[in-house]
Design a protein. Structure first.
Length: 320
């Protein structure tokens, strides 16, 4: 059994990162010994030296991280989240794009309304619930019509008594498309918007360009400002960021990147991941360990609040 528990230590304390469950806990040196014993299968008595409630927390964390627990729940828990790839097109030309320009190696095009509605019906018939609908691409906002019709169709099923409530809608967008119709749609259905920003303007524009080779940063910040103004500061709810060799070249750490995005957008919910690029790509990280090492280095030089925020951004990126 591979437990995969990673300990990050310095003079301030220890962070236990449970790699399977993507959870983290601040612990003491004695609690580290307990976790290691639990990991090896040893029984821990209640009089080990910590309160029983705290011991239960550690036991639960180890159990949730176990391969057996993951395998058991994989087969028994039904997903109620539907992701619709509604666009095999994109209006950008990102240097590290893993989606083949938005089409993922398939034919370019947009999902039609009939296919989207059939997907809703098939999903609900199989799982009996529909809590979340996520729209992705390519660039999903090139297909606003399908987003609108899906939302309307689900509302009609609620009125007919076939669904109990609206699902949570979300869209992951490059942030370059904004208009009044879109803003009205976002407000009407409370669609949660996540935009892609890779850091300060100079770095973002080097990686994320439009088809005409012009950087997209100014366009995205214009979108963020309009959404803030027209949604009562409710949107966007999150930022997706990619950390690449470009950041290293410019001397930016993971925390530097996150801080720059937060300062420019006033959004704290940021999901950051290391780049997934081809071997010959200039964006590929030359040191595959630099992402984790950079996190370790931040322990000694930043406040506990910033460090835990950094961990949250990384773990959210792994979850998305």
């Amino acid at each position: 059994m591979i437990m995969r528990i990673y300990f990050i230590e310095d003079v301030k304390g220890i962070i236990a990162f449970f790699c399977n469950s993507l959870e983290y806990i601040k612990i003491t040196h004695d609690e580290k010994k307990i976790i290691e014993k639990l990991e090896s299968g040893e029984e821990i008595s209640k009089d080990y030296g910590i309160p029983s409630i705290r011991l239960d927390v550690l036991k639960k964390a180890v159990k949730l991280n176990s391969e057996e627990h993951r395998k058991c729940n994989f087969d028994t828990v039904q997903s109620v989240k539907l992701t619709l790839n509604i666009s095999n097109l994109c209006n950008m030309n990102c240097g590290y794009c893993y989606a083949g320009g938005g089409c993922y190696g398939a034919a370019s095009g947009l999902m039609n309304v009939q296919t989207a509605i059939q997907s809703i019906d098939v999903f609900y018939e199989k799982f009996g619930a529909l809590d979340c609908v996520k729209f992705i691409g390519g660039e999903p906002l090139l297909n606003i019509r399908v987003i609108k019709e899906v939302c309307r169709y689900i509302d009609s099923k609620i009125v007919a008594g076939k669904l109990e409530k609206r699902p949570v809608y979300s869209v992951i967008t490059n942030g370059t498309i904004i208009n009044d119709d879109l803003i009205e749609l976002i407000n009407e259905y409370n669609i949660r918007v996540a935009v892609s920003i890779d850091g300060p303007k100079s770095i973002h524009d080097e990686a994320r360009k439009m088809k005409n080779n012009i950087g997209s940063y100014s366009s995205i910040m214009n979108t963020v400002a309009k959404l803030r103004a027209k949604t009562g500061n409710m949107q966007p709810v999150a930022v997706n960021a990619v950390f690449s060799e470009i950041h290293i070249k410019h001397g930016l750490s993971v925390l530097d990147t996150l801080s720059a995005i937060r300062n420019e957008t006033n959004i704290k919910d940021i999901h950051i991941v290391p780049v997934d690029a081809s071997l010959e790509s200039a964006y590929r990280l030359t040191d595959n360990n630099c992402f984790v090492k950079g996190v370790e280095d931040e322990v000694a030089t930043n406040t506990e609040e910033d460090y835990f925020w950094l961990l949250k951004c990384i773990f959210n990126g792994l979850r998305k």
